[in-house]
Write a protein that binds this ligand. Sequence first.
Ligand SMILES: [Zn+2]
Length: 126
Amino acid sequence: MSSITGQCNCGGITVTVPKDKPNALCPRLPALSASGNLVVDPSELKVTGQPKMYQTEGLSGGEVYRYFCGTCGSGIYTGLEAGSPAFVKAGLFDIGDIPKPSVELFCRNLAAWEQTYPEAQRKDTQ
Ligand SMILES: [Zn+2]
């Protein structure tokens, strides 16, 4: 299986995921606003370096784990409860490696001036 590798701004943390995973845009939720997310099974995610973690509560009341680089502040990935996918920040990868968006999440939060990606499935929440 081919894979792609990305890194944070300072290069202290790298992530490797299988190539061509779904790219979910979540641009409307402030906590996820940095980029789209490649949706991968946590077992498919390889991380080098030591990301820091910020734990918070998700919209559904469940725990959300946001991993980021403690040196440069880049978001790395977001994890949810066990059994849920990891949402790896698409902005970590080279432009040519990022698959086109296949789904847009949290569309209920669209600002009046925002446009959706025409080929992506739209969901009001996650
Ligand atoms: Zn960094």
